[in-house]
Every structure is written in C-alpha cells, then in structure tokens.
Design a protein around this ligand. Structure first.
Ligand code: NAP
Length: 553
C-alpha cells in the first residue's frame, strides 16, 4: 500500500514528539482495554499497518485498570469473559473461579498483551484530549494532554462504555475532612477501612459488590440508597478440575453458542413464557435459578423483558427473597421497595449483599425518603440527620457510553464537533460510525449492543468488522469511509424500536438512557435487538459493499 509508512514503535513516536515533529501512523487506537488490545493486534499483525494505542493509564486493562474497588469482579462467567480469537490463547489460559476477580482480569489482559507483544505499540500515560479531522489531508490530528500531536488516517476509539466516573455534584464535598473515593478511580494501593466510619453512596452493580467487602473491616458502614435494586446471588466458586477439562475440550462449541445467543453469553434464554406456567412451576423454576445464581436468572423465561405481567412474577420472587434474608423488617422494606421492572436496569449479582444488612456494623439510609442535602467536614447531611464519616465511597456510576467520547474534543468534517452532532443524544450507524466523522470508528459505540451483551463477544465482533472494513478499503484503494446521515437516522429509529419492544426504557434513573446524569439527553443508547440479529445486520452491510457508507478514493 502506498500510504503505508515505516512502522515506528512507541519509543520512536515519543522521540518524534519530543523533537517537535508530528508522528504519523496508519491507525491510532484510543484505549488499551479489551477492545484496544485486540484492535491493535488485528491492524498491526493481520493487516500490517502501523498502529499505535494511546492509553491514559500506566498499564493495560481499560475499565479494569481503574475499577479496583473492594469486591470488583466480573458478572460474566470467566470462561466467557475471554477472547475467543486464538485457540492457543484459549488452550494456555486457565481461570481460577466462576467469575473473574479484577486482579485476575488484569493478569489475563497483561498475559494477552505480552503474548502478542502488544505493549511496544502502546503509549501509556498518554491521555488523548483532541482529535480533529483535516479534510484536505484526509488525516486525523490527535492531541494529548502533554501537548503532543500525532496524525493518523484511521482513528479508532476503544474507550469503553463505562469509563467516565460520575461524581454527583453534592454541595460541600470539598469541605469534607475525611477521604473520599469514586469506585471507578480507585487508588492502586487500596484503601484501609479498618476502624473507619464509611459512607457508601450508590447501590448499583458496583455498590452491591463493594458493600459486603467494605463491611468486613470498617467500624461502621452506612449505605445511602436512592433507588432500591434487585440482586441475584452470584454463587462464585473455584472452578473444578472437571469443569476446566470440559472447557479445554469445548471451546469451539462455547464460541458457537456465544455467537448464537441474544446476549453473547454461553447460555440461551428459555423458550418458556412465565405467564404460561403455573404459579407452582414458576416458583420451582425461580428457586432453581436462584440456586444456580448469576445473570442466568433473567433467562428463566422468554417474556421477562417484554411483558410487565411476566416480569412482575420475577420481581415478586426477588422482593420475597430480600424479605427472607434481611432480618430487620424496616430495613428489608426499604431494600425491597423497588420501583422498576427486574432487569430493566442492568441486573446486579452479588455475594452476600442483602446478608450484609444483618451485620451490627451496617445500616441503611433511604435517601429517596430523606435526600442527601450536603456534605460537611464531618460527613453527609440528609434532610433528617447528619452521618459522621471518615471515608465516603461514591459507587455512583458513570457518564456511560457517550461520556468517554465527549470528553475528547472530537471534530470531524468542517469543524463539526461531536458534542454538537450529539446535542440531542448520540446518533450513529450501527454504533460504528458517526456521520460527519470520516475514518473514525467507535468500538462498542452508542447504537451497538455493547453493554447489553457479554462485552468481549461484542468487542470481538466490532474489532473484526472494523478490521475487515479497513482491509477492504486497502484492497479497493478506498481512502475514506463515512456513514451517511440517512443511514444513521434510520439506525436511530431501529435502536428506538428495539428498545421500545422491551421494558428497558421504563426506568427513571437508568444509565442506558443517560438519565443518571443531570442534563444529559434522554436517549436509549445501546441496541436492544440482540447480538445475534446485530451481527447479521453488520455482516449483511459489509457483504453489500458497505451499504449506508460512502466510500471514496
Ligand atoms: P450505576 O448502576 O449507575 O449505579 C449508581 C448508583 O449510584 C445508583 O444506585 C444510583 O442511584 C446512585 N447514585 C448516583 N448518583 C446519586 C446521588 N446523587 N445520590 C444518591 N445516589 C446516587 O453504577 P455502577 O453500580 O457503577 O454500575 C454501572 C455499570 O457498570 C453496571 O450497570 C454494569 O454494567 C457495570 N458493572 C459491572 C460489574 C460487573 O460485571 N461485575 C460491576 C460493576 C459495574 P439511582 O439508581 O437512584 O440513580
């Protein structure tokens, strides 16, 4: 390929930047998590492009690099929370538990990066602040926090869906005399809770994982709950030698299964309908699913996400479990006072979450009834009390999906900023490209299944589609690809239709809708039509020579 320049490694690029020259590569990738690592491997080793990853952290891992909070563990089962592109990698890696804990995921991703010699093309400690498209040159000019500049033909954002911390704007936080932390920006050397009075705000997947672990060492833990949440026991266990043997013999079958299920998990959703089942049968099936534990609970019936009456049966069962587990009826009532359908918000799974409220050193504050008003040097003040604290933990989630992209000053053709393009909410074609932003690809961007799917499955599909697309461009001497506004508009309708067919949009504070961030446009962001259908649509678009995109020489 004519435009292919000599391949500098990360060291060369750094010295180029120091000497004031603008370094140039074929492809720049932002982020060294699951997506960025695989995208680098594909573009560099499969297509032979010069490719670099720019990563803000000092190591690989993406969201797992930052989310080191107590109890951080993945909700996908470990054997499915893996890359499936390499049989050798599958052969040699062995997970230790049913769900991988954050340090084990970090070991895995470091292993992958080392095994495929990826780190030499990753620039750590490099936060991208701007990316401007130069129409005449057909190049992206990418700027970093340190003031360096690089140019690239292809820009691929692999910034993750949940990587911009949401720290609520509570008056007085800056006056707090103790320490405070957001779970998504956790200190690398940990936090010692021994003998401390800890306040935790937030009861999403993160808070539900963190509270039981914090409670073990804190003098006292006060959980501030705004919206009560369902949770199903994870039932984490060490993997048995038999299961490990089964995995080694079954990777091809597991891959096939994950590529044919709606959510990219290695288990299907039952064909049964909750409302066609007798109350006794339902109870027995829910009990069995409760014993199995994990995200599979929502697969008990086909209609749980589509029919409110069906969903009510699961919701009632789970509320009943809370009342069974939590001994203090007043606390149980607050925990079970859940205002949304089961799994309409991302359903957490836990290890002893509700049991934690039976401990003497744990209390619950209902901040829907008595809202947090301010933070003082001593602690948190609600409308009816002051809670004295040494440490505040914000398990308050993320500016999801669009946050990581809009934090970068991205400008496409004619200076169009991504912020302006997405003023009324994100719009993209297939979650892969935005009209007005040529040669920019967004891995698991808004409009793709992403967070509604087992993430590595969604990531591999996107990375491979982007790689094939760039390969096609090179073969056909295409210099530029850009989706059309019409294709993006049509896809936005499809994303809405898919969401509205489910109970997912019926939640007040869901981050799927951006509704957890004040002022954020309320748009359902992930594609809820299922990974299977989405994969077919993407393949079909590619087979039709990238219908919906304009390709220019
Ligand atoms: P989240 O689901 O957005 O939960 C944030 C919590 O903070 C909610 O309870 C929210 O209450 C509360 N909150 C936010 N602002 C508040 C305020 N001003 N006052 C009081 N409460 C406030 O965030 P998350 O728990 O970090 O989870 C985000 C996503 O990350 C998950 O849904 C999941 O996809 C992923 N995740 C995955 C894992 C895993 O795989 N193991 C673990 C953790 C996270 P409201 O509900 O009222 O807004």
């Amino acid at each position: 390929m004519e435009h292919l320049i000599a391949m500098p490694d990360a060291t060369t690029l750094r010295s180029d930047a120091r000497s004031g020259q603008v370094a140039e590569v074929d492809a720049l990738i932002i982020g060294a998590g699951f997506s960025g690592l695989y995208q680098l491997l594909c573009l560099r080793d499969r297509l032979g492009l010069s490719a670099q990853v720019l990563e803000a952290g000092d190591g690989v891992g993406g969201t797992w690099y930052w989310n080191r909070y107590p109890g951080a563990r993945c909700d996908s089962e470990s054997h499915s929370y893996s890359y499936y592109f390499s049989d050798e990698l599958l052969e040699e890696w062995e997970w230790s538990e049913r769900y991988p804990e954050q340090p084990e995921i970090m070991r895995y991703l470091n292993h992958v990066a080392d095994r495929f010699d990826l780190k030499r093309d990753i620039r750590f400690g490099t936060r991208v602040t701007s990316a401007h498209y130069d129409t005449a040159a057909n190049r992206w000019l990418v700027g970093t926090e340190a003031g360096e500049q690089l140019t690239t033909k292809f820009l691929i954002t692999a910034v993750g869906c949940l990587s911009t911390a949401n720290i609520p704007d509570i008056p007085g936080l800056d006056t707090f005399a103790g320490d405070w932390y957001h779970t998504g920006q956790w200190p690398h050397d940990g936090v010692d809770f021994t003998g401390k009075r800890v306040g935790q705000i937030g009861t999403g997947s993160t808070g539900i994982q963190a509270a039981p672990v914090i409670a073990k060492t804190a003098a006292h833990l006060t959980v501030f709950q705004r919206t009560a949440n369902y949770s199903v026991p994870a039932r984490n266990v060490p993997l048995t030698p038999e299961f490990k043997r089964y995995l080694k013999q079954s990777y091809a079958e597991i891959r096939r299964l994950m590529h044919t299920t709606t959510n990219g998990h290695p288990f299907g959703i039952s064909e049964r309908l909750a409302l066609d089942t007798t109350p006794e049968q339902r109870q027995a099936l829910y009990e069995a699913a409760w014993e199995t534990g994990g995200l599979q609970f929502r697969s008990t019936f086909q209609d749980l996400l589509f029919d409110k009456a069906a969903n009510d049966t699961a919701a009632d069962f789970l509320r009943g479990k809370i009342r069974e587990i939590v001994k203090d009826p007043a606390t149980a009532a607050i925990l079970a006072d859940i205002d949304h359908p089961f799994a309409a918000k991302r359903p957490p799974i836990d290890t002893n979450y509700f049991e934690t409220f039976n401990r003497d050193n744990v209390s619950l504050v209902d901040v829907r009834a008595t809202p947090i008003e301010r933070i003082t040097p001593k602690g948190i003040v609600t409308s009816d009390a002051e809670y004295e604290l040494d440490i505040i933990v914000f398990a308050t989630g993320f500016d999801a999906m669009t946050g990581p992209l809009l934090n970068i000053d991205i400008r496409g053709r004619d200076g169009l900023s991504m912020k302006d393009a997405w003023q009324a909410g994100p719009k993209s074609y297939l979650g892969l490209q935005v009209a007005g932003f040529p040669n920019l690809f967004t891995v698991t961007g808004p409009g793709s299944p992403s967070v509604l799917c087992n993430m590595p499955v969604a990531i591999e599909q996107h990375v491979e589609w982007i790689t094939d697309c760039i390969s096609y461009m090179n073969e056909h001497e295409v210099e530029r690809i850009e989706t059309t506004a019409e294709a993006a508009d049509k896809w936005a309708e499809e994303v809405n239709t898919a969401a509205n067919a489910t109970l997912l949009p019926q939640v007040k504070h869901s981050w799927y809708l951006g509704a957890n961030i004040p002022g954020k446009p309320r748009v359902f962001m992930p594609y809820a039509g299922g990974m299977l259908r989405y994969r077919d649509i993407c393949s079909d678009v590619a087979a039709r020579n990238y219908e919906g995109f304009v390709l220019s020489r």
